[in-house]
Design a protein around this ligand. Structure first.
Ligand SMILES: [Mn+2]
Length: 307
């Protein structure tokens, strides 16, 4: 299939930082657009439409009601809106490319994908590339920041305000997720990962097995059990020496080439059904280099090759 026959890409911005402690990731979608993510995809032959941004409340005019689930009503609202947009794009035959924003966005993205898949009798699979597992609940989270909870919410754990975004059903089978790049996991999260038997590949395993093998295995595993594969890429999976402008930097991440190779392998398989990029933080960045990196990474995921 040539790229012009492929589904058009619909960019959806999610300028949210209510799910994170540090300010600035609300500017992520803007920084990614400035990095010309649209033109990079057009140069690859895609038709690209920009859906604009999902409305998000401003932190300055809000107060925290529940410190265990900060800004819960506002995040639930925006995620509901994101879920609707993602679903509309998929129902119309498009490819959703969601740009964050903090990683609470995945509550909405995955809910939208799941609603579409449910109606089409498709099984959803997720590759979660992140330094963190993002599988806390209000009970286990040390911070109460909802950007650390989207995976838990998607497998049906946590408060109903979040688990019912996009409809009252479980969005994701815990066996249909593969996490890659973990290196900062909370105690409660470790228990959930073990209890739910989630495929979680740490940086230790990436170091030992090499990223190409890790990604090939992840795709083999997911392609057996899923028809729609979504990649959720948290920029903090990459080493902060390369990508300093992220919400929660953790040393010891993926190298520049490891991140690109992972995306190149995913593109080669032709298996990608949707994509999101989370946690770009221009406030902590140097001359937009992290957003530029993310834009290049999206191009690799969408089929850009060196030759
Ligand atoms: Mn994350």
């Amino acid at each position: 299939m040539s790229r012009t026959d492929r589904p058009p890409v619909h960019i959806i911005g999610f300028p949210m930082d209510l799910g994170a402690d540090r300010r600035g990731v609300d500017m992520g979608p803007s920084a990614l657009r400035i990095a010309e993510i649209d033109n990079r995809l057009r140069r690859l032959g895609y038709r690209v439409f920009d859906e604009g941004d999902v409305p998000v409340s401003r932190q300055e005019i809000l107060t925290v009601d529940n410190p265990r689930l900060k800004y819960l009503p506002q995040i639930a609202d925006s995620c509901e809106n994101l879920a609707r947009t993602v679903r509309r794009v998929l129902d119309g035959g498009g490819f959703p490319l969601a740009l964050g924003g903090d990683h609470s966005m995945s509550i909405g993205t995955i809910a939208g994908l799941a609603a579409h898949c449910r109606e089409q009798n498709k099984r959803l699979g997720i590759i979660w590339i992140d330094a963190h597992a993002d599988i806390n609940t209000g009970e286990t989270s040390p911070s109460g920041n909802i950007h650390g909870m989207p995976v838990a919410v998607s497998v049906g754990l946590g408060v109903t305000e979040l688990t019912t975004v996009g409809g009252e059903f479980r969005k994701l089978d815990p066996e249909n997720i593969v996490m890659i790049g973990l290196r900062s996991v909370d105690l409660g999260e470790k228990q959930i990962i073990h209890n739910k038997r989630i495929q979680a590949i740490t940086m230790t395993q990436v170091d030992r097995l090499r990223i190409d093998q890790v990604v090939e295995h992840a795709l083999d595993y997911l392609q057996e059990r899923a028809d729609h594969i979504h990649v959720s890429f948290d920029l903090d999976s990459v080493d902060p020496l390369i990508v300093p402008g992220v919400g929660t930097p953790v040393p010891g991440g993926l190298t520049y080439r490891e991140a690109h190779l992972a995306m190149e392998i995913i593109a080669e398989r032709g298996a990608l059904g949707s994509l999101e990029v989370a946690e770009v933080n221009p406030i902590l960045d140097i001359k937009n280099q992290s957003a530029l990196f993310a834009a290049e990474l999206v191009a690799s995921a969408m089929g850009k090759r060196i030759l």
